[in-house]
Design a protein around this ligand. Structure first.
Ligand SMILES: [Zn+2]
Length: 138
């Protein structure tokens, strides 16, 4: 794979990068099919060939952090809405057990979105360069 076949390594709008990521598409090109199944991200974008884990072993710690923030925000929002709507008698037991279930389900369901979103955040601060598209010789 040569860099000439992937000329689009210029800076892109952060909103475009994040929008593509939230649709589970490649933030760089908008291509689909970044995952093997639901959890495992491919090594490269099948459309533009960009390296998805950009060369660092602990790259997706940021994705885990984003996932945690998203799930906690979701949990706080649902908790607040339920308490406000049912006040003065909120269903405390349902909130307790529902909160645990929502935390687990949210962490699982948000995981792929957190991975693509973290990739987009990384591309905002470190735009793709030629090495992200060159296939390593093994
Ligand atoms: Zn791509």
């Amino acid at each position: 794979m040569t860099t000439e076949s992937h000329p689009d390594i210029s800076h892109q709008s952060p909103w475009r990068l994040l929008g593509r990521a939230l649709l589970l598409r490649c933030p760089n090109c908008g291509g689909r099919g970044l995952f093997h199944g639901f959890f495992k991200m491919k090594e490269r974008c099948p459309n533009c060939g960009m390296l998805l884990e950009r060369g660092e072993s602990d790259y997706f710690i940021g994705a885990y952090t984003l996932n945690l923030i998203a799930v906690e925000t979701l949990l706080a929002g649902v908790f607040l809405v339920v308490v406000v709507v049912t006040w003065p008698n909120p269903p405390w037991n349902a909130l307790q057990y529902g909160g645990v279930a929502l935390s687990i389900a949210g962490a699982v369901l948000c995981y792929p979105f957190a991975k693509t979103t973290w990739l987009a955040v990384d591309l905002i601060f470190r735009p793709p360069h030629r090495e992200d598209f060159i296939t390593r010789v093994k």
